[in-house]
Design a protein around this ligand. Structure first.
Ligand code: B4P
Length: 186
C-alpha cells in the first residue's frame, strides 16, 4: 500500500501520518522530518535544506527527490509506505511516479487534508517551530497555493485523490482518514 499525504503547512500531515502508520503497520517517510534530522546532524544536506526551510521555501526538487529515492531504496516498506510531505511540486510527483513505475508499483491513494488558512495560522503559531514565524507561515501558504496545490488536479485526474476535512479534532480526522483508506484500498 502506497499513500501520499498532501496538505498545507499545519494541516496535520505529520500528526495524522504517525497515527495511520501505527494503525496500519506501514513505514512513515516524512521529508520534513528527514530534513530536520539532517539539520540536527549538521550534514551537507542539512546545511543546504535549512536556508530554504528558514525562508519558508521548498527545498529544491533535485535534493528532495534524491533523498527520497535513497530512502525508498534502503527502507523495508514491503507492508506499505506513507509519504508525508512528498511530493510537494509537480516535478516531485512525476519523479515519484517514475521511481515507482520502475518497480512496477503505483500510488494507491493521494489524501488531501483540507483546512482553512486561519486555522492553519493559529496551529502553526502555537507549535513554535523555528520556521513557524508569521512572515514565514504566510510565505509557506503562498508556496503551497502556487507549487503544491496543482498536485490535487494531478492526482484527481488519475482517480487517486480523496479529500478529508482536517479541521476537526485529531481523532475525528483520523477516523475520516481510516474511512477513506478502507473505501479506496479494500
Ligand atoms: P513538514 O515537516 O512537512 O511540515 P508542515 O507542512 O509544516 O506541517 P504538517 O502538515 O506536518 O503539520 P503537523 O502535523 O506538524 O515541512 C517543513 C518544511 O520542510 C517545509 O516548509 C519545506 O521547507 C521542507 N520540505 C519538506 N518536504 C519537502 C518537499 N517534499 N519538497 C520541498 N521542501 C520540503 O501539525 C501542525 C500543528 O497542528 C501541530 O502543532 C499539531 O499538534 C497541530 N495539529 C495537528 N492536527 C490538529 C488538529 N486536528 N487539531 C488541532 N491541532 C492540530
Amino acid at each position: 500500500m502506497l499513500v501520499v499525504f498532501i496538505g498545507p503547512p499545519g494541516s496535520g500531515k505529520g500528526t495524522q501520518a504517525s497515527q495511520l502508520c501505527q494503525h496500519l503497520s506501514i513505514t512513515h517517510l516524512s521529508t520534513g522530518e528527514m530534513f530536520r534530522a539532517a539539520i540536527q546532524e549538521g550534514t551537507e544536506l542539512g546545511v543546504q535544506a535549512q536556508q530554504y526551510m528558514d525562508r519558508g521555501e521548498l527545498v529544491p526538487d533535485q535534493l528532495v527527490v534524491s533523498m527520497v529515492a535513497d530512502a525508498l531504496r534502503s527502507s523495508p516498506y514491503n507492508n506499505g509506505c506513507l509519504l508525508d510531505g512528498f511530493p510537494r511540486s509537480l516535478p516531485q510527483a512525476e519523479a515519484l511516479d517514475q521511481m515507482l513505475e520502475e518497480e512496477g508499483k503505483q500510488i494507491d491513494l493521494a489524501l488531501e487534508l483540507n483546512v482553512d488558512e486561519e486555522v492553519l495560522i493559529d496551529r502553526l503559531l502555537a507549535r513554535k517551530r523555528p520556521d513557524d514565524t508569521i512572515d514565514t507561515i504566510h510565505h509557506r501558504l503562498q508556496v503551497y497555493r502556487e507549487q503544491t496545490s496543482p498536485l490535487l488536479d494531478y492526482y484527481r485526474d488519475r482517480g487517486q485523490l480523496r479529500t478529508v476535512n482536517g479541521k476537526g479534532t485529531v481523532d475525528e480526522v483520523h477516523q475520516q482518514i481510516l474511512q477513506q483508506v478502507a473505501e479506496k484500498i479494500p
